[in-house]
Design a protein around this ligand. Sequence first.
Ligand code: F6R
Length: 267
Amino acid sequence: MGVTVADVEIVILPSLDEAGETVAARIAGLVTAKPDTVLGLATGSSPLPLYRALRQRVQQGLDLGGVRGFALDEYIGLPRGDERSYAATIDREVTRPLGLDPARVHVPDGAAADLPAAAAEYEAAIRAAGGVDLQILGIGTLGHLGFNEPGSSLASRTRVKTLTEQTRQDNARFFSNVEETPAHCLTQGLGTILEARALVLFASGEAKAAAVAAAVEGGVSARYPASVLQLHPHVTLYLDEAAAGRLELAEYYRYTYAHKPAWQRDT
Ligand code: F6R
């Protein structure tokens, strides 16, 4: 186990497949040390290389049956069991392929009659699990983390949010059209996400480049919710070349990663 150096680390790679391997190896290390490791789970396209790499390890014998999981967010307005809900997505893309125990995987209840109560229960469940060991993240085109859209309090907890038109357009690919894409969600807050012991964020493609640059090279501001990452002591951003395309200090980040001492590695 390497020495953990408190920092925001930026890793630029030709493709996120390699990042998926790296983080899968890190998760394997965590689970070996603590079989009931608590993972924070993201939906969307960005973490798929990680889930693929983990699946390969599971096929080779890694046992994730004791792992506990908490999803970041869920739509409001979809019936329970809807295949487009994040509960169904996590079940299909994470829980089943990775052999997680469905009883240990939690998703905010966007179909609850009392949404504030469901939000409070979700926070309590994360606390009762002892907090998240490793939170997996993507980033929105406008800089959201979870579904914390611009204007989110940097101290926010799990709650109802209204999705931006941009997010609805980005996610319309999972629905028939934008109008059918839910406008509201239950999401972990930025304050909730910051309490995870470590964060890993995946971003690929040019569409994410502005949000990534604002997150790590701009000021900390609710205008770009992902800029709250700068307040966390142990964050790794895995970016492909296109997502890193607007970083002023890209060369420095490349040098730093290429010369990272062995004792500084996470696994
Ligand atoms: C997903 C989530 C979102 C996504 C983000 C990026 O649970 O909370 O923040 O991570 O919208 O989505 P993709 O990866 O599909 O580009």
